[in-house]
Design a protein around this ligand. Structure first.
Ligand SMILES: *[C@@H]1O[C@H](CO)[C@@H](O)[C@H](O)[C@H]1NC(C)=O
Ligand SMILES: *[C@@H]1O[C@H](CO)[C@@H](O)[C@H](O)[C@H]1NC(C)=O
Ligand SMILES: *[C@@H]1O[C@H](CO)[C@@H](O)[C@H](O)[C@H]1NC(C)=O
Length: 467
């Protein structure tokens, strides 16, 4: 139960108790002071907000999934029931149906997709599914692929036109690559590690013991397709055998049984250690480049409401076209109101439930709820926040087609603007509120993930009255 609700319920209880003249020693207030539980009639859940009588002028967050609510299109006395067909699970995932500030009258594009809605390509010991501009039309700058490789399973040697960035979601994976100077690169990665292969760099992936791996791949073009990669076996299958023979200085019979088409994802043999497997030819050299990075091992920036880790070309130099932030957001905390000046945000939700309202200028805005496995887009410069609306931590990635992570904080901006300008703009008719606001933003810093004070605010936070 949220604190504001507890206070409202208790307030109502006190008034009714006074009227009914209940003995003071057993009043709800006394029971709370004594650390005793409240009688059942005072311990009710917060009211269902999707009802005709519900009013909340402050648009408080509602966790429809956690509370198993059916979002019906009622809001502050307007709207009515649904008579036609109704996909309850979908409705729970779509707060935009009823939840403001959704004032765009349908002009803002959809900014949410879930990998579970993607086509899954199932292969020997693995699978892959993608979110590109075809699944989510707003995903213009980046495309994402979610891939799983079981133990020993190989994603075939290949390269592509786009650069590839990846975040390991679980398990362990071995990556190999060849750099521009002919240097060999091999590394084993675990959860929270990254790799980045610039466009054209040939590479391979293999799931390691015990259960292989799952990762999120990001390509720096939303039009990317996992089907459009340059695959070794596909190339050889489309090259005259006589040419392959000349190229490798061997008779054509040697190549009689090479795969007739691409292998893509397949069960491989168990890899040995990196040092055992490292090629030992006389011209082989170790790459000077770092194609991998331990993102979760970076010391975090601790904010009041969670932790932030930023990885871009400043601390992962090879990653020239992809920048990212990893965030954990405590229950009730807010990734503060902000915007990104240099790129669209491609968000990926790993844990928890969050709501995001995206402000699109021209009087338009739309609210979306996200849960694990969901992808969100925030077009560049559009103001937004991410609010944790569940009981568990939110873990997410903000990913950008950019060399550096950049954002503007609303709090910091107003704190670093002449006070008169701020007061004239926001508090013309309310001097007292204006003074309180200016005091709060007086020492503005950046608190990327901000947590409201534990005891709530001293003034009422908005009603949850049920008529
Ligand atoms: C590997 O997967 C099996 C089957 O799903 C599971 O029982 C086991 O706990 C997993 N092992 C590890 C180390 O995750
Ligand atoms: C690669 O990473 C190592 C260790 O993190 C660092 O010492 C080295 O300077 C890096 N090299 C390049 C080319 O970034
Ligand atoms: C951030 O928090 C973690 C644990 O919550 C702590 O180990 C670490 O020292 C903190 N870092 C700073 C810079 O305060």
């Amino acid at each position: 139960m949220r604190l504001s609700t507890a206070v409202t319920v208790l307030g109502a209880a006190l008034i009714s108790d006074f009227a009914a003249a209940v003995p003071v020693q057993d009043s709800p207030r006394q029971r709370l002071l004594d650390g005793k539980p409240l009688p059942a009639k005072y311990r009710k859940d917060p009211p269902d907000p999707y009802r005709p009588g519900y009013r909340d002028p402050n648009d408080g967050a509602v966790d429809s999934i956690g509370r198993k609510l059916d979002p019906l299109p009622y809001r502050n006395g307007d709207g009515t029931s649904v008579l036609g067909p109704w996909n309850r699970e979908r409705a729970r995932q779509n707060p935009d149906l009823v939840r403001p500030p959704s004032t765009d009258h349908g002009n803002m594009p959809n900014l949410r997709w879930s990998f579970v809605d993607s086509h899954v390509r199932i292969e020997e010991g693995g699978w892959t599914r993608q979110t590109t501009v075809r699944e989510l039309p707003a995903s213009i700058e980046l495309a994402g692929v979610n891939m799983r490789l079981d133990e020993g399973v190989i994603r075939e040697l290949h390269w592509h036109k786009e650069a590839e960035w990846a975040y390991v979601l679980d398990g362990r994976v071995r990556v190999t690559a060849l750099d521009y100077e002919g240097g060999t690169f091999i590394d084993d990665l675990s959860k929270g590690d990254l790799w980045y292969f610039p466009a054209g760099v040939p590479h391979s992936l293999q799931g390691l013991s015990p259960n292989g791996t799952e990762f999120l791949l990001i390509f720096d073009d939303g039009h990317f397709s996992e089907e459009s990669t340059f695959i070794l076996t596909d190339w050889l299958a489309h090259t005259p055998k006589s040419v392959i023979s000349k190229n490798f200085h061997l008779p054509p019979e040697i190549f009689a049984h090479i795969p007739p088409s691409e292998r893509y994802i397949f069960q491989g043999s168990q890899p040995g250690s990196i040092s055992d497997e490292f090629p030992k030819g006389k011209h082989v050299k170790t790459s000077k480049y770092n194609f991998t990075h331990r993102m979760l091992s970076q010391p975090p920036k601790n904010t009041t409401g969670g932790q932030v880790r930023i990885t871009d070309s400043r601390n992962f130099p090879i990653s020239k076209t992809v920048a990212a932030a990893h965030l954990t957001i405590a229950p009730g905390a807010l990734r503060e109101m902000h915007w990104h000046p240099n790129a669209d945000e491609w968000s990926f939700f790993i844990r928890g439930r969050a709501r995001v309202t995206v402000f699109g200028a021209e009087g338009s805005a739309r609210t979306f709820d996200y849960q694990p496995g969901d992808v969100g887009i925030v077009p560049k410069n559009m103001g937004h926040f991410v609010e944790n609306i569940g009981d568990d931590e939110v873990e997410m990635l903000e990913i950008f087609r950019a060399d550096e992570f950049r954002d503007f904080s609303l709090f910091q901006w107003l704190g670093e603007t002449p006070r008169r300008m701020v007061a004239d703009t926001l508090f013309k008719g309310d001097k007292e509120a204006g003074e309180r606001f200016l005091k709060e933003i007086g020492d503005a810093g950046k608190d990327e993930i901000t947590l409201p004070p534990k005891g709530g605010y001293d003034e009422a936070e908005g009603g949850e009255d049920e008529l």
